[in-house]
Design a binder for this molecule. Structure first.
Ligand SMILES: [Zn+2]
Length: 346
């Protein structure tokens, strides 16, 4: 039950967000301003219009809206603005560390220079760190429908951009019809370049997609991974290997990946001993925040302070940071949680 104390704990607890897309976090007002400033036509005139657009009914409609919206982001400075606004929002929610994904093809296929986009985002995040102490790193999330050849081009930029804070490499986009296996070599190269590996998998496709991601790509984290629940052997393997599922409950409801809160497998995954984390995915599109996702984990799955703390710790422990920095983050999160639980008696 979401008591007043537990709610305060959720609001104030130090958090780590590992699954969030920069383009999906754009504030409706910023979206309108950028569209106007950059002369990009979008099918909305005001905030209410943007909200109307966000009422898509399924995963395909969601991807279409996402792609339409991404067009308003044109210059490096637009990325800096988005990054700064998102970072401040996360810092306000007591997020101490986040990995934010950029969808390279959304911008490259419009002729944007990906390095300029990443530099802009890095600048915005650096300013957030100076002002709040919250650290934000970048992951590139390649749309699988664009294939492995394009992925190599993206990876080239990722390698050059590592000093700007690019720490993660991922595939996302259309899971149906685009299995993980053809990306195996790209992932090997990404690993050799020192990038942390993850993949959106088991979101709308079943366990075979997750098997592919862990066996062929060797990822240590999965975006969603919720369909793993359909394969008991897979659950055992995930738990044994410590593969982390970055779960985004409201996203799954809004895209129709899961039919209802009752049907969402988060509790089953947790109870099977799989390491899970709580994330917002695309806060603007799904009308949520990481804080709200923690709240919903209490109201819909019955988690208490122990479990919420464990999920926040899982996130800190699986951050794609160098070991010394990761250890410092874990210590900070652990100490913050312990102090808060003591203070609030939860
Ligand atoms: Zn995602």
């Amino acid at each position: 039950m979401l008591t007043t104390e537990l709610d305060e704990f959720i609001v104030r607890m130090p958090k780590v967000e590992l699954h969030i897309h920069l383009e999906g976090a754009i504030a409706p007002r910023t979206l309108l301003e950028l569209a106007h400033q950059n002369g990009v036509e979008i099918p909305a005139r005001d905030v209410a219009g943007v909200e109307q657009l966000l009422r898509y009914r399924n995963f395909n409609e969601f991807i279409t809206v996402f792609m339409t919206m991404a067009r308003v982001i044109v210059r490096g400075e637009d990325f800096a603005r988005l990054a700064y606004e998102l970072g401040i929002d996360l810092a306000t929610q007591q997020v101490r560390y986040a990995e934010v994904m950029i969808s390279p093809m959304q911008h490259m296929r419009r002729g944007m220079d990906l390095y300029e986009a990443i530099s802009g985002a890095a600048e915005g995040f650096a300013q957030v760190q100076r002002e709040t102490g919250t650290q934000i790193r970048i992951a590139l999330d390649h749309g699988r429908q664009y294939g492995p050849d394009m992925a190599w081009q993206v990876l080239d930029v990722a390698r050059k951009a590592r000093p700007l804070g690019v720490v993660g490499w991922s595939i996302g986009g259309n899971e149906i019809g685009f299995p993980p296996e053809p990306f195996a070599e790209v992932f090997n190269a990404a690993r050799a370049a020192g990038l942390g590996l993850m993949a959106h998998a088991g979101e709308v496709v079943g366990p075979e997609s997750v098997w592919g991601a862990i066996e062929s790509l060797g990822v240590s984290r999965l975006g969603h991974g919720i369909r793993s629940v359909d394969d008991p052997r897979l659950l055992v393997v995930l738990a044994q290997r410590g593969v982390v599922l970055d779960v985004c409950p409201s996203s799954n409801l809004r895209t129709g990946a899961v039919a209802s809160w009752e049907a969402h497998p988060l509790r089953k995954l947790y109870d099977a001993g799989v390491l899970v984390t709580i994330n917002s995915d695309d806060p603007t599109f799904f009308n949520t925040t990481i804080t709200e996702e923690y709240r919903r984990s209490v109201t819909h799955f019955g988690f208490g302070a122990d479990e919420l703390s464990a999920m926040a710790r899982n996130a800190a422990r699986s951050a794609f940071l160098p070991p010394v920095e990761r250890a410092a983050l874990c210590a900070q999160v652990d100490a913050g949680i312990a102090a808060l639980r003591h203070e609030l008696g939860v």
